[in-house]
Each structure stands twice: as structure tokens, then as C-alpha cells.
Design a binder for this molecule. Structure first.
Ligand code: ZN
Length: 205
């Protein structure tokens, strides 16, 4: 029986690295893993999952109009059967798309592994993450570290000068904003002492 997985974390936990490693394990066995990432993520070339360690892999993209179930069903029936579906930036799924992922698991018997941020820079759940927390069979936290050494559970948005931003649009990819992972205490106090990681995975590699 296939399962729906949600592996969540704060920024810079190595989520994409884990995804790419897991996907490689399937390739290595001659299987057909399919990977998708959010089309709104223009930090890198469209249709690519990149890791801060410097590895990358091509990926299909989804936007608000993508029907994940139909996409996988067509691919599964049209050629090589799909062995597993990986979704990076899963926080950007809509609630409906999270349900479509569950249908891929239940109706097509294909495992779906979703990787994403749990909360935004204001500490609020993303729509996709909220739905995945409700729907997933397996939920796992990937650990990120605050500058103080404690586990980082929050993602802070920083200005280019390193000041924390407290309000604004939830999705502001491609601007000059930077993000860093903080423990709750330092998220609340606004002490974002970490060297901010620029909002392009490539430059942070
Ligand atoms: Zn801290």
C-alpha cells in the first residue's frame, strides 16, 4: 500500500538535498521517480530542483492550475509507469492539490513524498502544508539549526541589511528578501544574528 508523506522543516534544513538523494535511490534501481516543484520558484531555472550542496535535477513544475492527479495519471498510463512522486516546495500546493496527491496514493497506488516549509515568515501555516499535515499518512520533521544551536522551527524573512520583516505578502520569491531559520525564542525576539542566506540556492551552495 502506498502512502502520502509530508517532510517539513524551516528554511535551509536540507529538504531538497534529501529529496534528490531519495530520488537518486530510485533511479539507481532502474525505477521511474517523477519530481515536481513549484513553478513560482524562480530562484533557479524553471523545472529544476537544486540543493545548497550544489546538486540538481530536472523537475516538472506545478502552478495553481495544475491538476496533480491528472498529471500523474496521464504520465502513468502514457508510458513508463510512475513508481513514486516527489514534490518539492510543497507548501505552495493549494488545499485541492494536496487532496489530489492523496488520490494519487489511494487510487493509483503511487507513493507521494512532499517536502516543504511548515510555516511562513509570520509563523503561519502555508495552505499546502496545513492540508498535508491533515492528510498525510507519515509526517516527519527535518531539523534545521538556529544560530544559537537550538533546533530552528521558524523561518524569518530579512531585509538585505538583516532586519526581520514582520508583515507582507506570504510569497515574495525573487525579490531582495532573504530567509533564515530561527528557534522560536529568537524568532519572537527578532534576533536574527545568522548570516542571512541569500534567496537563491545557487549562491548559497
Ligand atoms: Zn535561537
Amino acid at each position: 500500500m502506498a502512502s502520502l508523506y509530508f517532510k517539513y522543516a524551516a528554511m535551509n534544513s536540507g529538504k531538497s538535498t534529501q529529496l534528490l538523494q531519495a530520488q537518486y535511490n530510485y533511479f539507481e534501481r532502474g525505477m521511474n521517480p517523477v519530481a515536481m516543484t513549484a513553478g513560482i520558484d524562480n530562484r533557479t531555472a524553471v523545472g529544476k530542483i537544486t540543493s545548497r550542496l550544489g546538486i540538481d535535477c530536472p523537475a516538472y513544475t506545478f502552478d495553481k492550475t495544475t491538476d496533480i492527479f491528472s498529471f500523474v495519471e496521464e504520465m502513468n498510463e502514457g508510458g513508463k509507469p510512475v513508481d513514486i512522486l516527489f514534490i518539492d516546495e510543497a507548501q505552495f500546493l493549494s488545499e485541492a492539490q494536496a487532496f489530489q496527491c492523496a488520490r494519487v496514493v489511494d487510487e493509483l497506488d503511487i507513493p507521494v513524498l512532499c517536502y516543504g516549509l511548515k510555516t511562513d515568515f509570520m509563523g503561519k501555516l502555508f495552505e499546502g502544508s496545513e492540508a498535508l499535515l491533515r492528510l498525510s499518512d507519515n509526517i516527519e520533521e527535518i531539523k534545521a539549526i538556529c544560530w544559537c544551536g537550538k533546533k530552528a522551527t521558524m523561518t524569518a524573512r530579512l531585509t538585505p541589511k538583516g532586519d526581520m520583516v514582520k508583515s507582507g505578502q506570504q510569497i515574495a520569491i525573487g525579490g531582495n528578501e532573504m530567509y533564515t531559520a530561527l528557534c522560536r525564542k529568537h524568532f519572537m525576539s527578532g534576533e536574527a544574528k545568522a548570516i542571512p542566506v541569500q534567496n537563491t540556492k545557487k549562491s548559497a551552495a
